[in-house]
Every structure is written in C-alpha cells, then in structure tokens.
Ligand binder design. Sequence first.
Ligand code: ADP
Ligand code: MG
Length: 324
Amino acid sequence: MTSSLTLSNVTKRYEKNVLAVNNFSQEFEAGSYVCLLGPSGCGKTTTLRMIAGHESVTSGDILIDGTNVVGLAPAKRGTAMMFQNYALFPHLSVIENTAFSLKMRGVGKVERLKRAEELLSMVDMSAYAQRLPEQLSGGQQQRVALARALISNPSVLLLDEPLSALDPFLRIRMRSELSKLQKELGIIFVHVTHSQDEALALADQIVLMNNAEIEQAGSPEDIFNKPQSEFVARFMGGHNVLDINGSRFALRTDHTRLIHSSEPTASTVSFVEFLGSRVEITVSSNIQADLIATLTDEEFRQAPFMAGDSVGVQWSTENLHPLN
Ligand code: ADP
Ligand code: MG
C-alpha cells in the first residue's frame, strides 16, 4: 500500500500567542523519504505531532491519501510515531513492547506475538525477544522502537530526531538502515532532524524550516546547490555568501579558489584547518565577511597556504548562485 501526504496551510498557535507553525503547505509523494530540517525551535516537532494527531491544528488540512485526517484520533490516521527517546516500557520484554499496540487493539495473543516476531526479524532483533529494554544497547533499543511503530502497518512513519541519542559511528550505520527499511516498505517516512548531513544523506525531499515557516523545500541537490536565501546557504553550510555590486550570491566553498599574491592584497589567510581529506582555509579582508576556501588535501599539498599569506580570491561566474 502506498499513500501520499499533503499539508495544506497548516498553522499551529500555542497559548500566549506562540506561533509554532505558520501556513505550512507541502505535498509529499507516496513512498518518499522526507526530512523536516531546521534549527531548534523552528516548528519541526510540532508539525510532526500534528500529522500524528498528538497535537491539534489551529487551522489547515492534513490529507493522507486524499482523506482529511484533522480531528481523527492518532490510531485512526494510518500514521505511527517513533519518539526521540524511544519510550519503551521498561517492565515489558522486547516482544511484548513490540506487540503492545496490537494488544491495545484487542488482537489475540498468538496472533500479535507472531506478528511481533515478524517485525523483530525485519529489524534483526529476533535473538533479543525476551530481553528487557535496559538489557539492550541504544542502537538495539532503537530497532525495537522501530518494530513497535511499524507493527500497526502505518502508511506514514513519523520519526522525531531518531538518531540523536546514538554515538556518531552508530548514527551513520542506523542512518543507512533507516534508508534501506524505508525503501523496502515503500511508505512515507517523515524524519525530523537538525542535522544537514543527515537530511542530505537520507531525504528524497527536504523541507527546511525557519521561524515556523518553510524556508525552502526540494531535493537535497536543489537545497544544497540552489539555496534561495542567505539562511539556506548558511544553514546547509559549505557556502560563502558574497556581496557583489549590491547583490548577494552563494558560492560553494569548494568552488572558491585562492591564488598566492606577491603584493600585499586586501585579503589574508587567517586560519588553516586540516579536516582529513580536505583543508579549509579562512580568508579575512576588510571588504567582505570572512570567506572559506575548501581544498582537497591533494590540492593543498600542491599549493599550500599558511596563516598570514596574501591571497587573491577567485571564482567562475557560473558557480555564483543568486540569493533572494
Ligand atoms: P523544533 O522541534 O523545531 O525544535 P518545536 O516544534 O518543538 O520546535 O517548537 C516550536 C515552537 O513552539 C517553539 O518556540 C516552542 O517553544 C513552542 N512550543 C512547542 N511546544 C509548545 C507547547 N506545548 N506550548 C507552548 N509552546 C510550545
Ligand atoms: Mg523538536
């Protein structure tokens, strides 16, 4: 089963006139991996909770496969949510945790345990069925939380910062497992994150939010290579923002070239940072904000720069991207 998800002019006002989400309109294709991205407090979790039905909407519509789900109880929407802290019941075994929502729906014991076993096998946790959550690692707890969310056969899975509790190594491994799982299931995943890397790696569609509104939505390639505003260019990283004749442009730091200058120029290398396969060189001047040039370690070795060097900064105009 594949379902689409549409949010139409969705707005959320909390008490004391806090505008958490303002006029959010976006269509999500069936079977897509969606990342809601943005800084802390921009309204991501509120958006997710409104889709799940854990939070009411102030105005607007939420359509799943064309049906307006606003006002429906969470269990009636075809959505499931995986929480940031996994929220596993500490006194229930892994298999009982997984089967929990089926128990609430009155599904008989034999049937719900059989289904729970299938889900645990899907997330590679069959061997741990009888353990308690406290006897599992963070990554294993997360698999159980996934199995538990998926047991109701949702058409939309909602994940709030699902990787944030994991160490960096495990985070990257679980990231690829989430991606694989989503493709296998073919349902919409809506994944909330404040990490650009995570969104770029996972998403078919990124919705970048800022101050309760959508700042830009599109494919990872579009968001990264065609930022429409200074906020997007700076938030996604990897860009310089240039002021040229009163207009603003984004220029990727790896498209920013430096040349050694024999005469003292207005631009000076202020900082060189070695980052493994690449080197970031910060250039300060009295006419622009600091710029960064990213070189591969090879390029750097062939023409090294040091703090204090006088440099010229160059780019091809085709690499300049105009900002609103
Ligand atoms: P994010 O998940 O992007 O960090 P949230 O959706 O949690 O952001 O919050 C968006 C805004 O709404 C913030 O200003 C936050 O303080 C506010 N907010 C969130 N939940 C509530 C609530 N229950 N009552 C009042 N304000 C809230
Ligand atoms: Mg949040």
